[in-house]
Design a protein around this ligand. Sequence first.
Ligand SMILES: Nc1ncnc2c1ncn2[C@@H]1O[C@H](COP(=O)(O)OP(=O)(O)O)[C@@H](O)[C@H]1O
Ligand SMILES: [Mg+2]
Length: 377
Amino acid sequence: MFYLEGLQIKGFRNYQSEEIKFNPYLNILIGENAQGKTNLLESIFYLSVTRSFRTARDQELIGWNSNYFLLKGIFISEEFKNIVKVGYQKQGPVKTTINDNPVNRYEHMQQYPVISFSPDDLQIIKEGPSIRRRFINLEASRLSYSYLQNLKNYQRVLLQRNKILKDTFNRVQLDHIIEPWDRSLIEIGTDLIIERLKIIENLEKEACYFFEKMTSSRESLSLTYSSNVGIDEEINIMKENFYRDLLAKREQEIKRGSTLLGPHLDDIKIWINGYDSRRYSSQGQKRTAALALKMAEVSLFYERNNVLPIILLDDVFSEFDDERKMNLLEFLRYNGGQCFITSAVSQENLLQKLNREYKTIFIARGSIVDETIRPAY
Ligand SMILES: Nc1ncnc2c1ncn2[C@@H]1O[C@H](COP(=O)(O)OP(=O)(O)O)[C@@H](O)[C@H]1O
Ligand SMILES: [Mg+2]
């Protein structure tokens, strides 16, 4: 098992200086609003991947009364016991060491996997297609290096092709210049679509499993890829479809100065009980679906690397009834690694039914004010 044994946190957000030991299985962080629960999850996330899930500006993470922050954690697995330090000083670079040896901040990310889920992740269900495309691009890039390469090439082709559409005024000339870019768009674009279809199939399997557990099999989830390119089992037919429709759009493309066909315009539809979740689902259903996608990531990560990531769940209980909360805790027990769950109100009643060892950490004004360990009975 892989887990974070303890954490020292200095000058990070509203934490001045704290030292905390964690339970290898389950940690419940309790505190009123704005006391530092999310900040603590953020510090664990930062220690693992050297970036925040809330901001791209490291500067914001430094406590208002400090001019640096320092995080020190001990990660334990069957193979290692590593002391990881990550520090950041105003204007300076982020410094990372493992057992006191300096490492590149990007290098060590794969080694300490962590998955976080926060209320913001609901956007993946609620918002427009671009956020779901970003999700699938991130997920696919993590799973396959060739996808990442394809994606970069595709974006380059798209940029060039759009430039040609915008800048070439002579039509005969345009048709001539754009031809090789059409070919590349179709070749790479088709590859991307095919890889996405595969990944969605895998994600769906895992997400459905989670969704069924959460809803005690009363509700169902499905994912479909919705492409503006005619999908076909025959790759050559798909490319022909792509080419035909691309030609049909040429006038419009010239008018708009941009590429109007391809995977950069696709979407993933998320269905609950056969209805489009974006339109027809309740808050709790949306949250369950968004969480299902994250938990699917956990499972796929495990399949690939044989390690269960650390799971950070921010405020996940607030829209679930007791049955869903219990189903979630049961799921995590058998399918999750070390978990951290924040909540504004005590979950003691539920947790005691779980019959599993866990630690409760009480947080107020950026300090740990109390902690209790409850063993399984
Ligand atoms: N860089 C910072 N320095 C000091 N305090 C901060 C910083 N950033 C946020 N805070 C404070 O942290 C608190 C919010 O903590 P947070 O962990 O989000 O609360 P919650 O317990 O509700 O999850 C707020 O009071 C906010 O003012
Ligand atoms: Mg919070």
